[in-house]
Write a protein that binds this ligand. Structure first.
Ligand code: 5GP
Length: 208
């Protein structure tokens, strides 16, 4: 563990909420942060969307049918949930409790509706909005992905334009033009937020 981490033992854990238009590179950035920043884990959401090729149950999402999702929502099992691109997505309270319980910070990759709900229930959450450098590049990235039908790509682009209007509801904005730079900026946000005085416990000094 890097020097200086010990004082966080009793400090507050971070909830990092990341939103972006589909195709802006949010998933790759979040994965990179989880791999490179100690004690940051990604919360796995539930969704009614069918799995894409290469997606793995329990790693990318928990894939459930609509009846199961709605039953979970009804019984208050989600910290937030929303309908996105015609499917339901939600963050389960159990995931948050498990990761916070293990002493980790949590990064959530969720849409703007879910982020708004979480900002209300977790006012100390750190929120980051990722934007592409241009709409043309976003469209090219979505097409390169080859995983979505044309109608779905159109829907994602239209929704992206709406979502970007909410960028100023987030504390930080990162332009993902160059991946390494954007990744460094996201890492810097997390490391700096860990040093906010209200999150730091100085109990390790109590014996002095
Ligand atoms: P995709 O289908 O491309 O994996 O995700 C579509 C959108 O759903 C993305 O904007 C993603 O951030 C969002 N999303 C994924 N999980 C959740 C969740 O648990 N809650 C909410 N509100 N949005 C989510």
């Amino acid at each position: 563990m890097a020097g200086g981490e010990a004082e966080r033992v009793d400090g507050q854990r971070l909830l990092i909420v990341v939103s972006a238009p589909s195709g802006a590179g949010k998933t790759s950035l979040c994965e990179w942060v989880v791999r490179t920043v100690p004690n940051v884990v990604h919360s796995v959401s539930h969704t009614t969307r069918p799995p894409r090729r290469h997606e793995v149950e329990g790693r990318d999402y928990f894939f459930v049918d609509e009846a199961r999702f709605r039953a979970m929502a009804e019984s208050g099992e989600f910290a937030e949930w929303a309908e996105v691109h015609g499917h339901l997505y939600g963050t389960s309270r159990a995931q948050l409790a498990e990761h916070f319980g293990a002493g980790n910070d949590i990064i959530l990759d969720i849409d703007t509706q879910g982020a708004a709900l979480l900002r209300k229930s977790f006012p100390d959450a750190v929120s980051v909005f990722i934007v592409p450098p241009s709409w043309a590049l976003l469209e090219a990235r979505l097409r390169r992905r080859h995983t979505d039908a044309e109608a779905d790509i159109r829907r994602r682009l239209a929704r992206g334009r709406e979502e970007v209007k909410q960028y100023n509801q987030y504390q930080y904005v990162i332009v993902n033009e160059d991946f390494a730079r954007a990744a460094g900026e996201l890492q810097a946000v997390i490391l700096a937020e860990r040093r906010r005085s209200f999150r730091v416990s100085l109990e390790f000094l109590s014996g002095c």
